[in-house]
Design a protein around this ligand. Structure first.
Ligand SMILES: Cc1cc2nc3c(=O)[nH]c(=O)nc-3n(C[C@H](O)[C@H](O)[C@H](O)COP(=O)(O)OP(=O)(O)OC[C@H]3O[C@@H](n4cnc5c(N)ncnc54)[C@H](O)[C@@H]3O)c2cc1C
Length: 138
């Protein structure tokens, strides 16, 4: 059993609802944007430390852009939101009854509200043998 840990949180009023957003893609960043105007504490968790602008991936593949042109640190995107913090970690479990997510680092992160914005995965049209030949998002 994983113990509850003291994950770093900014000093805020105890009664503010805690919102955990999993995923720092378009959906997660958009959710964090909207929630920044509300009296809640937001923790955005992503296994990567950067937001990837996927529509321009092909330009990187063609060497028209460098990878850094389409990847921006999530922390820098939300830096002006005082009640939003970012954790680089992977969510590996959800305890809905206990209102907590389990992180790959071993920590548990409690929430009052959970936003799952983990994106989509690839479809190989019933050909899993194609997967090793294609780029994986991990
Ligand atoms: C090549 C390409 C071109 C595209 N072109 C267009 C376009 O022109 N117009 C358009 O509208 N759309 C386009 N799309 C689609 C668009 O990019 C996606 O719909 C959009 O990025 C999805 O956003 P999302 O937030 O749902 O997911 P994602 O952007 O995939 O974000 C999910 C995030 O969740 C994180 N995550 C996942 N699981 C976990 C976990 N367990 N723990 C912690 N973090 C986790 C991931 O690291 C990721 O950062 C394109 C996509 C691609 C690949």
């Amino acid at each position: 059993m994983v113990a509850e840990t003291d994950l770093p949180r900014r000093q805020t009023e105890a009664h503010r609802p805690r919102v955990v957003i999993v995923g720092g893609g378009f959906a997660g960043i958009h959710a964090a944007d909207g929630l920044a105007r509300l009296p809640v504490d937001v923790t955005l968790v992503d296994r990567r430390n950067y937001h990837l602008f996927q529509p321009l991936l092909y330009q990187v593949a063609l060497a028209v852009l460098s990878p850094a042109d389409i990847a921006q640190p999530i922390r820098s995107i939300v830096r002006k939101r005082p009640h939003t913090q970012v954790l680089m970690d992977e969510v590996i479990g959800i305890d809905a009854a206990g209102r907590a997510v389990t992180l790959a680092s071993g920590a548990r992160l409690g929430f009052d509200y959970l936003v799952l914005a983990t994106g989509a995965t690839h479809s190989y049209f019933d050909h899993p043998e194609w997967a090793p030949l294609a780029p994986e998002d991990h």
